[in-house]
Design a protein around this ligand. Sequence first.
Ligand SMILES: *Cc1c(COP(=O)(O)O)cnc(C)c1O
Length: 384
Amino acid sequence: MSRRVPFFHHDIGAPELKKIEEVFAGPILTTGETVREFESQFANYLGVNHALGVTSCTGAMHMSLLAMDIGPGDEVITTPMTFIATATAIIESGATPVFVDVEPETGNIDAKRIEEAVTAKTRAILPVHLYGLMCDMKAIRAIADKHGLKIIEDAAHCVEGSRDGIKPGMVSETACFSFYATKNLTCGEGGAVVTNDAGLAEKLRLLRLHGMSKTAADRHKDGYSHWDMVSMGWKYNMDNIHAAILLPQLDRIDGATKRREYLADKYESLLNDIEGVRFPASCERTVHARHLFTIWVDSAIRDSVIANLKSNGVEVMVNYRAIHPLSYFAETLKYKAGDFPVAEKIGAETISIPFYPSMPDEDIDAVANLLKTALQAQKTGLHG
Ligand SMILES: *Cc1c(COP(=O)(O)O)cnc(C)c1O
């Protein structure tokens, strides 16, 4: 008898629908008051000066690079243990991603290896807070300052996290967030960029909407008035409908974080008793945002464990296989398997197991039990 355990289910419903109704009752569907309300609450939650609602984290990272005049001929240091968008955003800006291997215990970029990768062309570091665990931002900021580099955080996994008292956006030039379908805060598709730098915020505001000096809502408010195009811009503005979906979730975020912590602790205590399963470590003085729960199993059996779990109704994913050997990066950036052994090892061992705040406690037990069975099956299989 197998049950189906979904990988993820969102937690949105009546409060979000009510907020959408309010937007529908007004005249502005695109970027307006609801977006501004979200931006102010999001900035407040993170303790940063400026937040801008955008359509994706990818767009937020692309614009951040453009706002700092990073482009063709420049290099940006990042991690190969991430979603491809981290690297493609760098390529969109015209700059070249330069990968640095990761820490074996966490999968985060290894701050100790960053300086080896700095060249005369390096302009920025783009760390990713993998699974919601903040990178060592104190160390990364010190390296950036020493070499005159900017920092753009890929905080797609980390709205709620902190380390050494540092939250995303606090010590970087910008931090970029995703509200994609499975992220901790979601509106289907969406994102945000935050900064403490008023000049950067102004540049980003222009970059996210065609370089126009006024939004549609501004133009509506004033009656008709002429606007100017003051710079090249893109089309990355968040609309009021998506902001309406995010606002009620922001009100509930502390409760969701507590639930994520509880479920992660439960998984960890059950998995500690299963031979052959390891999981990434946390760090001291850290609040983990607990976006994904990933485990590591021997790479020789990883894919059969996935197949076994799948056949027992457990939905799993792999976040991530190292991205540098993917065809496009290998061909265009000339990377190959073997270049970043730690990221490759983690990528070959990772399984992301079901994890979301409304996940029933029993499903955590069920996944742990099925995992135990799957590993035992492998053991007999390997030796039989
Ligand atoms: C989801 C994700 C992105 C991309 O976010 P979008 O909002 O879909 O552009 C970037 N980086 C990481 C680490 C992600 O998980």
